[in-house]
Unconditional design. Structure first.
Length: 96
């Protein structure tokens, strides 16, 4: 069975949104913690744990993009741009 973009777009958009949410949460945490040079040991552990938690959705998205791009026969960058657009995200700087 051949896979079409329409077959996986919803899944990829969900992964993009989870990745975006993880990044936003990490940025909120960083803003709340303030200057990293002033972090306590506890704050550093909090940041490290949040970073590790955020890596999973990023990894899942990256892996899915690689797999589906190859399966569908698109360049990975083209597939990523389509997913970002479908998720309502701005294009990457090199896509403008």
């Amino acid at each position: 069975m051949e896979i079409e973009l329409s077959d996986v777009l919803d899944e990829l958009v969900e992964l993009q949104e989870a990745s975006d949410d993880a990044h936003a949460e990490l940025m909120r945490l960083q803003e709340n913690l303030g200057d990293s040079a002033q972090w306590t040991d506890e704050q550093q552990v909090t940041w490290r744990d949040a970073w590790e938690d955020a890596r999973e959705p990023w990894w899942l998205l990256d892996t899915a993009l690689e797999h589906y791009a190859e399966t569908i026969g698109l360049e990975r960058d083209e597939l990523e741009a389509r997913v970002r657009k479908a998720a309502g995200r701005a294009p990457l700087p090199d896509e403008t």
